[in-house]
Design a protein around this ligand. Structure first.
Ligand SMILES: [Zn+2]
Length: 72
């Protein structure tokens, strides 16, 4: 069993689906296609955004007052 892999040409794999990247697109790296890039990126963004939002202690508390009692 032999895999034809030209020397000097590193084979990259899609970070999302693991497909070998044949055409190196700087805009898509390290993904095989725009679809994989967007899918993986959206997952990553959703996760990081949720974590960042959870650990956001430096938010201005005066902007989110729990005691928002207005006299009527
Ligand atoms: Zn892919």
């Amino acid at each position: 069993m032999r895999i034809s892999q030209p020397a000097g040409q590193p084979t990259a794999k899609c970070s999302h689906c693991g497909t070998a990247i044949l055409v190196m697109e700087p805009n898509l790296m390290p993904f095989c296609s725009q679809r994989c890039k967007e899918l993986d990126l959206s997952n990553w963004l959703t996760e990081s955004y949720g974590l960042a939002y959870e650990g956001n202690d430096s938010a201005d508390p005066s902007d989110f007052s729990p005691h928002d009692n207005e006299d009527r």
